[in-house]
Ligand binder design. Structure first.
Ligand SMILES: Cc1cc2nc3c(=O)[nH]c(=O)nc-3n(C[C@H](O)[C@H](O)[C@H](O)COP(=O)(O)OP(=O)(O)OC[C@H]3O[C@@H](n4cnc5c(N)ncnc54)[C@H](O)[C@@H]3O)c2cc1C
Length: 455
């Protein structure tokens, strides 16, 4: 078999995006995948969780229908039907993706691949070679010592996206993005949920004000949480799983979701033998995703950048374009939009106040309360848009909490990435009544000309 221009190991967001872009640029491409094309995001990550969250939103709409003058009531979840809806979405997208890969003449190789030389991957006893090798083997759900995942009572997100029954009670270990999304889903589905987080706040990578607002909103929804307390042990008994914290507190629930982060899939794949520089299992790369071994590249959750599908897409495209000689611009990771799709949503781009200060900026802040926004009142959502800016300079960060604020990131990321100042954004007329108006109002207020703002 002839040598491919790109031989890609892993068909998730990072690997398939790289394959599609490289093929589009006229390069010959082979993609090796041992499970399903689309990887974590499509089959057990972004898409299934967002479908579950949407089902939860519908349940909440039924629950609160009378507040809008609609006679309806929430009876119960039918998980078979929820899963059929969710699987239908996945299946349609999966078929579409398979069609795309086929239409671009990408050689799709099914099976477990292993790097056996600096330019070769072995799959099912056959060696394939590439002028360039792109590693995109992704990540897996981590657990803690002494916490054995059984897939029934003690589960990871892999199992939680496929549950056939709503747990009456659930403990979510880890209050990051994935933990908060599942806590939100299960609460909407009718579970009694408690989150346990070792760090002092939920969604700890976000601006501190964001965590406070999410915590307030979760408290209002009846989602319980313990922050700043570490997990000590878990035991299974007839009443479910009992979790003991280092401070001695105990919690018992039908299901324990372990959402303590994701680790790189890099063991026993020949990476060390090839001489790749690695750190705690992550493959290290430069700002063009090149490893220390010439001709080997790495993208997605396998490298220590933000573990997000769109980051994987961006890195995959970057590598394809670099190999094709287009000399693309490196990714500015601060400018990547981030969303936690809980109810309420959390969305941000750019720097938090703490990071902006650490980097030496003279920081000004402005928080626009969604209470002043017509659409937010129509939706009955609470939250805010917080701007972090350099004094007399550009906007450095935008931090949002509230229903549907994830959709506002499209504008927020333009503002941040184009280094706009409040005066640039304030004159832009935003449609009324939309949530996006709050973005305009926040910048009007920062520019010293607030319209619908109290105080
Ligand atoms: C519950 C959950 C929710 C998430 N929600 C979001 C979200 O809303 N938005 C977002 O942006 N991100 C989200 N993510 C993160 C997102 O899924 C990942 O960042 C993304 O999938 C990473 O892409 P990747 O290509 O690096 O790895 P993966 O998607 O993990 O793909 C790696 C692929 O490589 C294959 N593979 C591994 N080893 C081998 C081998 N030796 N041989 C052959 N094939 C191999 C695997 O089978 C897999 O298909 C979520 C993740 C989880 C778990």
């Amino acid at each position: 078999m002839s040598e491919f221009d790109l031989l890609i190991l892993g068909g998730g967001s990072g690997g398939y995006a790289c394959a599609l872009r490289a093929a589009q640029l006229g390069l010959s491409v082979a993609l090796v995948e041992e499970d399903k094309l689309g990887g974590t995001c499509l089959h057990r990550g972004c898409i299934p969780t967002k479908a579950l969250l949407h089902a939860g939103e519908v349940a909440d709409s039924a629950r609160h229908a009378s507040e809008f003058g609609v006679n309806a009531s929430f009876i119960s979840m039918d998980m078979l039907a929820v899963n059929a809806y969710k699987d239908g979405v996945i299946s349609k997208l999966h078929k579409g993706l398979q069609g795309l890969v086929k239409s671009r003449n990408i050689a799709y190789i099914e099976g477990h691949g292993r790097l056996v030389a600096k330019n070769a991957i072995e799959v099912n006893g056959v060696q394939y070679t590439g002028k360039n090798i792109v590693l995109a083997t992704g990540s897996y759900a981590r657990t803690l010592p002494g916490l054995e995942i059984d897939g029934v009572q003690i589960v990871t997100s892999d199992h939680a996206t496929k549950m056939e029954k709503v747990p009456a009670t659930a403990i979510v270990l880890g209050g990051g993005v994935i933990g908060c999304e599942f806590a939100s889903v299960w609460k909407s589905f009718g579970s009694d949920v408690t989150i346990i987080e070792a760090l002092p706040r939920l969604v700890a990578l976000e601006d501190e004000s964001t965590s406070k607002q999410l915590e307030r909103a979760f408290r209002k929804r009846g989602i319980k949480f313990e922050v700043g307390t570490r997990f000590a042990s878990a035991t299974k008994g007839p009443d479910g799983v009992t979790v003991t914290l280092e401070n001695g507190a105990t919690f018992t629930a039908e299901v324990l979701l372990v959402s303590v982060g994701r680790g790189p899939v890099s063991a026993n794949l020949g990476y060390e033998e090839a001489g790749l520089a690695m750190d705690r299992g992550y493959v290290l790369v430069d700002n063009k995703c090149r490893t220390n071994v010439p001709g080997i590249w790495a993208v997605g959750d396998l490298i220590p950048t933000l573990q997000l599908a769109h980051v994987g897409f961006g890195e995959g495209i970057l590598v394809a374009e670099e190999i094709a000689g287009l000399n693309p611009r490196p990714i500015n990771y601060d400018g990547v939009p981030r969303v936690t799709y809980s109810e309420p949503e959390v969305a941000s781009v750019g720097l938090t106040t703490a990071i902006a200060k650490e980097r030496g900026y003279d920081v000004v802040e402005l928080t626009y309360d969604l209470a002043g926004n017509g659409k937010a009142n129509i939706l009955k959502t609470a939250g805010s848009i917080k701007l972090v800016a350099e004094k007399n300079g550009p906007v450095l960060g935008i931090h949002m909490v509230g229903a549907r604020v994830g959709e506002l990131l499209a504008e927020a990321q333009l503002i941040y990435n184009w280094e706009a100042e409040a005066d640039d954004v304030a004159p832009l007329i935003h449609a009324h009544p939309t949530m996006s108006e709050a973005m305009g109002e926040a910048h009007m207020a920062l520019a010293g000309k607030p319209l619908h703002a109290h105080g």
